[in-house]
Write a protein that binds this ligand. Sequence first.
Ligand code: PLP
Length: 405
Amino acid sequence: MKNIAEIRADFPILNTKVYGKPLVYFDNGATTQKPQCVIDTMNEVYTTYNANIHRGVHAISDRASEEYEKAREKVRSFINADKREEIVFTSGTTASINAVAFSFGERFIKKGDEIIISNLEHHANIVPWQMMCDRKGAKLKIIPVNDNGEIIPEEYHKILSAKTRLVAVTQVSNALGTILPVNEIIEAAHAMNIPVLIDGAQGIQHGVTDVEKLDCDFYAFSGHKIYGPTGIGVLYGKEKWLTDMPPYQGGGDMVENVTFEKTTYNELPFKFEAGTMNFPGAIGLGTALDYVLSIGRENIAAREQELLEYAATRLAGIKGLKIYGNSPAKISTISFLLNNIHQYDTGMVLDKLGIAVRTGTHCAQPVMDRFGIDGTVRASMCFYNTKEEINILGTGIEKVISMFS
Ligand code: PLP
């Protein structure tokens, strides 16, 4: 494995200074930074073969189409899906979940049906289901969360019923960092023939995700959270579902034949890719996945766990700091509040010290409500962060406390 200096050298933005101080980037849960190879790939697309895909008969259109399909194969292999037909490019996790909520909803949901989500969900895995429930007269059921920020499995088993049509849960909580027991969730749902969607926005970048082994029915993730470009994402769906689901957007490329009397749809996965797709983004995502594989997903997970332990120990010594999300199964994210100090004040002072953290509800308002708070400060670390940066954060937090006390 590359050493930390070599890894950091791959990410040009990590040399940035803010307010004259070295950038300490702890907002990786919101978006990750891009290695030079991804930036170079995007540059190469736009400078040497930018042309619309699947349409031209000319050389650079062929090249763009070929690279786009190669990227699909890279995604397939990365998550170990069975077939390339099961990999749909979207604009991100939000778009992927909305696609399922609309399309699966149209085909399979009727009045009185139930959809199960958890109390830990990002708004992207809440609102599309609420919209679908409104359209169809279905009901949303919620798996509650304990004081550690973990879902309560017994409560899940209680609400899983013959009325349940779909379970949609996150792999990892973006707000608290909790890793959910998705294997057990899927197993219990499948025992009752209920399909499961996994929101992988915070899971894909922190370890090995194998959709065959998981046996999930749908899996959604965003390129920008796994060191790839913004505006590209993936929806994995088992072929049997995608075949039965209607397209959710109409337009170019998703059709086979169009007349005013009748339109027939393209084969999978193109049936779900209407209009000009973000092919430079998809190609850039392919490079990002190659990069992650070159570092090694197990290596990334191990290094991030080391950072999490170090940060937990460093911050545990700070009086007045309370961590939200204390599950032993956690990614390298620490969500916290300081005694009587508003999270925005903390975030603003840390910013002046060059430290980028996220403050607020993290688009997960229901879990904030669960803990009776209106937000937290979130430091989300990844493998290019260092223990020195954690020390800078620790010192910065101590400064915030002394300023406001
Ligand atoms: N789901 C989770 C758990 C997330 O953390 C996020 C983004 O933070 C999303 C969904 C939405 O991702 P995007 O905005 O890339 O569509």
